[in-house]
Design a protein. Structure first.
Length: 392
């Protein structure tokens, strides 16, 4: 037994050599700062250093990996918090809309103010954004540089930049007789500004992908009409049984999807109804998946983007297969804005109730983005998700 004790006593302490190596500079610096005293008797340097090393070695054993030394001799600077938007995946910028204006948010966490817009949307490739500021239609770069401005007499709303080469911008103007559908070229030339249709419903018109300039809009009478913008000629007209709340064309221009109060209607490019999907509540907002095979739909939870009375309870975010099959609940909460990433892997959701954005990914993954309201400034309030660029 005594032999075991002798071996333990003579054995080096754990990581004693490393502790000594780390401690020498500290001890030498401390001793160098001490001024000599004629009245006190100096101890031999070896004795002082030996005692110090013993204390440091014991501290290393009694604390994890020399934490005692670090706590007393190292000054650690506080880690800087990452921007709230730094968790966004690569693949374009997000449009955020607050009470005081719109912002372009990049995946590196930076955000640039675009203007005091009440509504905003991307151009086809994300090179510009088009916003509404009262009676003005404004085109800006993602850095906030104004490219052109179109002023009108009536209040403007629901802008939509055409796809492909971005040759046109469609928008609605409110006049005494109601909302009118108008179009201007992509350079904002007032000479190209013209009336397409009177008595339009307050729904953002949808451009069809592919050749030509084909636009689908909702009329105030409840019909859906698709027309050739160059000639103004109607291509087809259909009714879906209820006022339209949202419209979208699939990426290849083969299907158009309409959201009404309780139904998602899928039509072909000639306006023939292919199928309808009944919703378990009042439909508020729709975002087509880039593949065109499904749509994210916000149902219930108050007035939301579509207006009208609420149907009670929290909103539900559904993924609705457009080819048939049951809808899947993705999220339940106070949703304010949805947008798909370009590759369709992520669905960005504005969760106003928690002051967060959520990234809903593959296999049920959820990536929260905290503090988005603070990141853009509390004056504007919660930033609504208004678009994710380059989805086409």
């Amino acid at each position: 037994m005594s032999a075991v004790r002798d071996r333990l006593r003579d054995a080096p302490l754990p990581r004693e050599a490393e502790a000594a190596a780390r401690s020498w500079p500290v001890v030498e610096a401390a001793l160098a700062e001490r001024s000599p005293s004629a009245r006190r008797r100096r101890l031999p340097m070896k004795l002082v250093l030996g005692g110090t090393l013993i204390c440091l070695a014991l501290a290393t054993v009694l604390s994890p990996a020399g934490a005692w030394i670090g706590d007393r001799f190292e000054k650690k600077e506080p880690a800087r918090a990452k921007p709230a938007f730094a968790a966004l995946p690569p693949g374009g910028s997000v449009l955020a809309l607050t009470r005081t204006g719109a912002y372009a948010v990049r995946p590196d966490g930076s955000a640039r103010g675009l203007g005091a817009f009440s509504e905003v949307g991307w151009s086809p490739h994300g090179w510009h954004a088009v916003g509404v500021d009262g009676r003005r239609l404004v085109a800006v770069t993602p850095t906030g540089t104004t490219k052109w401005t179109l002023a009108r007499r009536g209040a403007l709303h629901h802008p939509a930049w055409s796809l492909g080469d971005g040759f046109f911008v469609a928008y609605l103007e409110t006049v005494r007789s109601g909302a009118t559908l108008r179009v201007v070229d992509g350079k904002g030339n007032p000479a190209t500004n013209r009336l397409l249709r009177r008595r339009a419903a307050p729904v953002t018109p949808a451009w069809r992908h592919g050749r030509g300039y084909v636009l689908t809009y909702a009329s105030a009478s409840g019909a859906i009409e698709t027309l050739d913008v160059i000639t103004g000629r109607p291509l087809w007209r259909a009714r879906v049984g209820a006022p339209v709340r949202d419209l979208a064309w699939t990426r290849r221009g083969r299907r158009v999807v309409a959201l009404t109060s309780h139904v998602v209607t899928v039509m072909d490019r000639q306006g023939h109804v292919l199928r309808t999907v009944r919703l378990p509540g009042v439909g508020r907002e729709l975002a087509l998946h880039p593949s065109g095979r499904s749509a994210a739909v916000v149902v219930g939870g108050g007035s939301g983007a579509g207006g009208g009375a609420g149907d009670g309870g929290a909103a539900r975010l559904l993924e609705v297969p457009l080819g048939g099959g049951p809808a899947k609940v993705l999220f339940q909460g106070n949703v304010d804005g949805i947008a798909w990433s370009q590759d369709g892997r992520w669905l960005l959701v504005g969760w106003r109730g928690a002051g967060q954005w959520l990234l809903l990914g593959p296999h049920g993954r959820i990536r929260p983005l905290h503090g988005v309201t603070t990141e853009l400034g509390v004056k504007g309030g919660f930033p609504r998700v208004a678009g994710w660029c380059c989805a086409d």
